[in-house]
Design a protein around this ligand. Structure first.
Ligand code: SIN
Length: 300
């Protein structure tokens, strides 16, 4: 079940998606965190953030809209207070970072390079903040520039997390690779809106938010397939994974690992179940190494 992302070996391909698993403590009461391939923690910023005002979650058919706005205790708090807990487990730790400026991303990469995190995921795709976030992630030239700058300050393998809210995902992925990304992950949420017809107001206080969950899975699988057909770096696929079969779809499309997000809110034990589902698929198909599933899609 082992896979390799940018030189880092994962015990299995299943990672928790940033923003859906906190820093692992609460889920640790429901599952054995050692069973995860990796834990990607809630998005960190240079200074602590309270996030956007509520309501900031709205249920939609087969998904949720969120406009959390990067609530987190800040990168230094994470290193001092959350990393000692996370390092106790036999799983890989991925720190997800967001900044208002290129300089903030670089400073966070430096701080985390001196910590025990295994990989850094650079989030240039958050749709819920006025500065930074997706503003860096929708133009190829900006993606390439920020990746190059952050790489200069980053001693850990750098994953660039891509937004689906673009015209050509291949162009953006290639720009991240050209900038020196060691891996890319996709998709972050799709920008959406839900309206309360009685008040005639948007349900989210921020008016718009990011859509995730099974509703986005076909878009995510298509984008992962498009990206893996043009980049050489490993791809982490995510978007609506609920079961082992869903994870297999992403791996057949070319993902070397997968992340499970919204499903954690439905079933806090879903990640080990996705691992088991993947194992069952391998047994049924008489495949001995999960790596033999990666990119084995047969097109019509
Ligand atoms: C948020 O905190 O607003 C979600 C983060 C993201 O979508 O990248």
């Amino acid at each position: 079940m082992k896979v390799n992302i940018a030189g880092v070996e994962l015990n299995n391909p299943v990672i928790t998606a940033s923003g859906t698993f906190g820093f692992g403590r609460e889920y640790g009461e429901y599952i054995d965190l050692n069973k995860l391939g990796g834990i990607c923690v809630k998005g960190l910023t240079f200074t602590p953030r309270k996030g956007n005002p509520p309501p900031r979650i709205a249920e939609t058919p087969a998904g949720i809209l969120n406009s959390v706005g990067l609530q987190n205790p800040g990168v230094k708090y994470f290193v001092d207070h959350e990393m000692p807990f996370l390092k106790k487990f036999d799983t890989r730790i991925i720190a997800n970072i967001s900044g208002n400026t290129v300089e903030e991303y670089c400073s966070m990469a430096e701080i985390l390079s001196d910590s025990d995190v295994d990989l850094i995921e650079m989030n240039i795709s958050c749709p819920n903040v006025k500065e930074g976030g997706v503003a860096f992630g929708t133009k190829a030239s900006t993606v390439s520039h920020i990746t190059k700058e952050v790489k200069k300050h980053c001693a850990k393998p750098l994953i660039v997390k891509l937004s689906p809210n673009v015209t050509d995902i291949k162009e953006i992925a290639l720009a991240a690779e050209e900038g020196g990304a060691d891996a890319v992950s996709l998709i972050n949420t799709l920008l959406g809106m839900a309206i309360d017809i009685h008040s005639r107001k948007p349900i989210l206080a921020n008016n718009v938010g990011g859509l995730s969950g099974p509703a986005v899975k076909p878009v995510a699988v298509r984008m992962v397939w498009q990206v893996t057909s043009v980049v050489k770096v490993p791809v982490i696929g995510m978007g609506g994974i609920m079961t082992g079969e869903d994870a297999v779809e992403f791996m057949l499309a070319g993902a070397s690992a997968v992340a499970v997000g919204t499903a954690n809110f439905v079933d806090p034990q879903v990640c080990p179940k996705v691992v088991q589902g993947l194992e069952s698929y391998l047994k049924q198909q008489h495949i001995h190494d999960v790596k033999d599933v990666i990119g084995k899609l047969e097109l019509n």
